[in-house]
Design a protein around this ligand. Structure first.
Ligand code: PFF
Length: 455
């Protein structure tokens, strides 16, 4: 069928996709989004989005990728010649570059925190001082740009040397360790004074918090965290072999990813209330809370170093998967060399990433809709482009693609008995596309407009 490489083992499939999914989205973005949007109700809607939109769209991406063994553009050309649906690959490429840019800024902060941990500077300060430490990092143009550049440099090196498979293998060994570390930190957080308040904040939903911006935020977070809607998982699925169980793999990926996010919440929120901080702090939340947590743990110096190293690996397996979207497209569609595609990808990310890093300091006055460049990149890519991409992919698989091919993919040519097939197809065809459109209409105020017309 194709001479492209394929994943050798079942573990390879899951581990690589989980490597892409688990990253800063779970440990940095999830707690801050949940904090900004009031906790429990956000988390509940987030979980609904993962179940009703996330898993079906992962499966849609898997079906397209595995049935063709091609990148999104060629895959859709093959499945539906002449169809405009293939333009979804452009959404994916643009979104992947935007995400790579602001993600590298945050990963740069992780590198600085690793550095500060190693030199022993992350210990022995007050909450106020930790807050100032973060502000001084993001407030300094040269430091933010330096760390962003170093992180992108590491990416470039890995992609350029073609050692990403090696990095993924190391990361696959490290991820279970990260997992164990998170479990341990959870226990530690649960033992903090006032921990119960944090747990209530997470698990007792306050439905008065529900708003259009919260719902679109939960949907965007689900897509971001699952690396969904930008054909990243489609590209990975093009390397799956015919034995990979798509439904089962998608479910495992979604469960693991959500589990890591919830663990991060259980680490952060009890600590937020214990240290008298504000859950609504935004992007700086985990950077202010984590040092407080480490310093009250016995052996905190080592824990913090281990944690930031592991988080660095989790981030880099995510950014490799972002770059792969761009690189696979350029090499397969334009016959560009891998080296050149990598150079272009990282060069664009460096320019845009610098703008994102500077949006906390020299360029903080440049805003659009009250958002800085960093916030705008994050908002547009996560909350608009990824769900839009997910909508197009779900409609394509649900309505355009040949039904027999879809069913054969889900059952591995009839070998598997997939009991959830009907609800999954129903979600791909109706629930996911309709929910995404309704949420978009809700956020632009369409329903308020209609109700003013009616009443
Ligand atoms: N899912 C990643 C995370 O949660 O950190 C972020 C991400 C990776 C988004 C790859 C998009 C992507 F294509």
């Amino acid at each position: 069928m194709s001479e492209r490489a394929q994943f050798a083992t079942k573990m390879g499939v899951i581990a690589t996709s989980v490597g892409s999914a688990v990253g800063l989205g779970n440990i940095w973005r999830f707690p801050y989004e949940a904090g900004v949007h009031g906790g429990g109700a956000f988390i509940l809607i987030y979980i609904l989005c993962v179940l009703l939109l996330g898993i079906p769209v992962i499966i849609a991406e898997f079906v397209i990728g595995r049935s063709t063994h091609k990148n999104a553009n060629s895959a859709i050309k093959l499945l539906a010649p002449g169809s405009k649906f293939r333009y979804v690959s452009y959404i994916g490429i643009i979104a992947s570059v935007m995400i790579l840019s602001f993600y590298s800024v945050v990963a740069g902060w992780i590198l600085e925190y690793l550095f500060q941990s190693i030199i022993g500077n992350l210990n022995g300060h007050t909450s106020q001082e930790y807050s100032e430490m973060f502000n001084s990092l993001t407030g300094s143009p040269w430091r933010s740009v330096l760390w962003t550049t170093l992180f992108l440099g590491a990416n470039f090196f890995i992609l350029r040397k073609g050692v990403q498979k090696g990095i993924e293998r190391i990361s696959n060994l490290l991820m279970p360790i990260l997992f164990l570390l998170l479990l341990l930190f959870c226990v530690n957080s649960l033992l903090l004074p006032n921990a119960q308040k944090g747990i209530e904040f997470m698990f007792r939903p306050d439905f008065t918090q529900i708003s259009p911006s919260m719902i679109v935020g939960a949907m965007g977070q689900a897509f971001f965290s699952l690396s969904l809607g930008l054909t990243c998982l489609l590209t990975y699925a093009s390397y799956f072999n015919d034995k990979t169980p798509l439904v089962k793999s998608a479910t495992i990926i979604a469960i693991l990813d959500t589990f890591v996010a919830i663990l991060a919440g259980i680490i952060i929120f009890p600590a937020v209330f214990s240290f008298g901080a504000e859950p609504t702090a935004g992007p700086k939340l985990v950077f202010e809370i984590l040092p407080n947590i480490f310093q009250q743990m016995p052996g905190g110096y080592l824990w913090s170093i281990a944690f930031f190293i592991l988080l660095f690996f989790a981030s880099i397996t995510s950014t490799i998967s972002m770059s792969e979207i761009f690189i696979t497209f350029c090499t397969e569609e334009y016959r560009m060399s891998r080296k050149k595609a990598t150079r272009i990808n990282i060069a664009i990310a460096l320019v845009l990433g610098t703008l994102c890093a500077l949006s906390f300091n020299s360029l903080s006055h440049i805003t659009l809709f009250d958002k800085t460049v960093f916030d705008l990149f994050d908002y547009i890519s996560s909350n608009i482009m990824l769900p839009a991409g997910g909508f197009i992919l779900a409609v394509f698989v649900g309505w355009v693609m040949n039904k027999n091919i879809v069913k054969k993919q889900l059952t591995n040519n009839g070998e598997l008995n997939v009991r959830t097939m009907r609800p999954i197809l129903f979600c791909i065809k109706y629930v996911a596309p309709i929910a995404i459109v309704v949420i978009f209409l809700y956020v632009i105020g369409f329903f308020d407009y209609v109700s003013t017309l009616l009443f």
